[in-house]
Design a protein around this ligand. Structure first.
Ligand SMILES: NC(=O)c1ccc[n+]([C@@H]2O[C@H](COP(=O)([O-])OP(=O)(O)OC[C@H]3O[C@@H](n4cnc5c(N)ncnc54)[C@H](OP(=O)(O)O)[C@@H]3O)[C@@H](O)[C@H]2O)c1
Length: 240
């Protein structure tokens, strides 16, 4: 933190913080960004700056999907589509830590990673039959399209589909469904930061590069096969 806005309390210049910027301003892909203090948390000392960059968006999205919107409980079963990506890898870890049974899906290349993170089962969407999975409590959809469409028969009556990529077209009246957009939240992030110090909770970072190399790395990520998040590091050292 290099400067404080007028009236800001709870933080001091020099503090190491992390957080999710809100959606209503440009500038997060830069060396410096102005963020409301309520959207920040103290960065755990055990977390590198690279991991700290990869954590808030992915962890808050997974947390809000699983526990705020789907109200996932211990003992329930959740299917995480796209489990090897940035958000999916956090969702698997958080759901497992909450005592849920996790079935991850995605490409074959992500199988070992997702099982290593604690998923009980992994389905390769190209080969394995989703239609053999029945009675699940929650589907967390990070892919949409046909994968979302194929999710409806998997759910028990009263179950939930939570998507972060498209509005589910309600195909069953006995299943709850919604699309949501993650909200910055310093309180939730503080709780997640506490877990970093007490649990083996970590973001997965598949590639790290210079800010100036962003477009090339993004194209590579979009082409597929890079697990977790891509993190860009500013060329100038942080001030303060
Ligand atoms: N609404 C919100 O608040 C919110 C918040 C965060 C993210 N998002 C969106 O949610 C999505 C997921 O975010 P993310 O950061 O986790 O992205 P990501 O890192 O690209 O993860 C997506 C995962 O799904 C896999 N995948 C994608 N399409 C697939 C398919 N057809 N078959 C099998 N596997 C497939 C990807 O594999 P490959 O990489 O090999 O393709 C990757 O492992 C993105 O579209 C993102 O923009 C929305």
């Amino acid at each position: 933190m290099v400067a404080l806005g007028y009236g800001t309390t709870g933080f001091a210049v020099g503090d190491e913080v992390f957080g999710l910027t809100d959606w209503y301003r440009d500038g997060s892909l830069a060396e410096f960004v102005a963020v409301e203090a309520r959207n920040l948390a103290t960065k755990p000392g055990s977390l590198s700056h690279v991991d700290a960059a990869a954590f808030p968006m992915t962890a808050l999205t997974a947390w809000q999907a699983l526990f705020v919107h789907a109200e996932l409980k211990a003992g329930q079963t959740v299917v995480v589509h796209g489990a090897g990506g940035g958000v999916g890898t956090l969702a698997v870890q958080l759901a497992v830590s909450a005592g849920a049974r996790v079935i991850g899906t995605g490409r074959a290349e992500a199988r070992d990673l997702v099982l290593h993170l604690g998923a009980e089962q992994y389905l390769d969407l190209a080969d394995d039959a989703l239609d053999q999975v029945k009675g699940v409590d929650v589907v967390f959809d990070l892919i949409g399209g046909d994968v979302l469409h194929r999710s409806w028969p998997m759910l028990r009556p009263g179950g939930s589909i939570v998507s972060i990529v498209e509005a589910p077209n309600a195909e069953r009246a006995d299943v709850n469904c919604l699309l949501f957009v993650v909200e910055p939240n310093g309180e939730q992030l503080t709780e997640l930061a506490r877990r970093i110090d007490t649990e083996p909770l970590r973001p997965v970072v598949g590639n790290v590069g210079a800010l100036s190399d962003g477009p090339r790395l993004w194209a590579k990520k979009i082409a597929g096969g890079i697990p977790g998040k891509v993190v860009l590091t500013p060329s100038s050292p942080a001030v303060g």
